[in-house]
Design a protein around this ligand. Structure first.
Ligand SMILES: *Cc1c(COP(=O)(O)O)cnc(C)c1O
Length: 339
């Protein structure tokens, strides 16, 4: 039976199963099991809980015109999981193995996804160190957990523009740290900033570089781009920015649509200056879970700088992105993987 997901917030409509697999030094990764989703039995000293040696992914499978399901850019998410694991000294799962396990899970959960292309399946693979001991060293055993939620894409498309707090009080990532890895610790470390944003009546924070607090890096847990003088501009990838698959896709689609784009450092003062002379017409956050979201206003100190309500570039890119995800445009790049 398909789950009732219409109008439900992202991340709340879980499909009924989960997939687990494990790693032991002598066996490598293996032992995948599909089982009913439920509470885990973990030793209270499980190292991941104490020391955060953990990495995760978030990818989506979309309905295709023939009703079948396909992952969008699965290989890119699988290779990023390898990168994140490597950064955390976690033995990585081969790209092909990850995709096979995701496919096994998604096939199993398919009956619970509504048939309309307005719904998608979001997969959340999570890897964590599961030795039970106090000790500051990499774990020897690891677990993989894959679970999924049904996402109402139509509901998501109705989200209102974001109010964004700009502050130099917090830092997300420092050079040579873990900013370019998808790890829970980055999120945990950002919760206080998230709370400050909420207290200021905002939805998200705009992250600035750790050194001078001058260069724009990310938007909450999304990548960020601006439209300045009709050029789509986004910061170049460094080791303090998470290499978003959506970011990469959006740049490719911008080029395809004949939109000029630049990957270059963007200083905060460039943003505020371009807003004052109205050269900055759009600001966009992008990520797998949120899609493409427009920014409605920036809050800096007591000032609220608002952006135009019309978002033609974001609308265009969002439409193109959905067309590619939903297989409504020929998949010339091999972005879709049949579930
Ligand atoms: C996941 C994530 C993104 C977006 O990446 P996608 O591959 O587009 O989902 C951006 N920034 C951070 C910090 C993230 O964790």
């Amino acid at each position: 039976m398909a789950l009732q997901a219409a109008g439900k917030p992202f991340g709340t409509v879980f499909t009924p199963a989960m997939l687990t697999a494990s790693y032991a030094p002598q066996d490598g990764w293996g032992g995948a099991v599909l089982q009913p989703r439920g509470a885990l039995r973990l030793d209270p000293a499980t190292m991941a809980l104490h020391y955060g040696q953990t990495a995760f992914e978030g990818l989506m499978a979309y309905r295709q015109p023939d009703g079948r399901l396909a992952f969008f850019r699965a290989r890119d998410y699988a290779s990023r999981l390898i990168h994140s694991c490597s950064r955390m000294a976690i033995p990585p799962i081969l790209e092909t193995h990850s995709i096979e396990l995701w496919r096994q899970f998604a096939r199993h959960e398919l009956p619970h996804l509504p048939e309309s292309s307005d719904f998608a399946l979001y997969l959340r693979p999570l890897v964590f160190g599961c030795d039970a001991a106090f000790g500051d060293r990499p774990s020897t055993c690891y677990q993989l957990l894959v679970q999924g939620v049904v996402v109402d894409l139509a509901e998501r498309a109705r989200q209102r523009p974001l109010e964004v707090l700009i502050t130099d009080q917090f830092v997300r990532a420092a050079p040579s740290g873990v900013g370019a890895a998808k790890v829970p610790g980055n999120y945990g470390a950002a919760m206080l900033a998230r709370q400050a944003a909420r207290d200021a009546g905002c939805d998200q924070v705009l992250w600035l570089d750790a050194g001078r607090r001058r260069w724009v890096e990310e938007l909450g847990s999304m990548n960020v781009a601006f439209v300045i003088s009709e050029v789509l501009v986004t910061p170049p990838l460094t080791d303090t920015i998470l290499a978003g698959v959506t970011r990469q896709t959006v740049l490719t689609l911008a080029a395809e649509a004949g939109l000029e784009f630049e990957e270059r450092p963007i200083a905060l003062e460039e943003i505020t200056a371009a807003m004052s002379w109205k050269g900055l017409t759009e600001a966009i956050g992008c990520g797998t879970a949120a899609g493409l979201v427009s920014i409605g206003a920036f809050h800096i100190g007591e000032r609220r700088l608002s952006l135009p309500a019309a978002t033609p570039v974001a609308d265009r890119l969002r439409g193109l992105l959905r067309d590619h995800q939903g297989g409504r445009i020929e998949d010339s790049r091999g972005w879709l993987t049949a579930v």
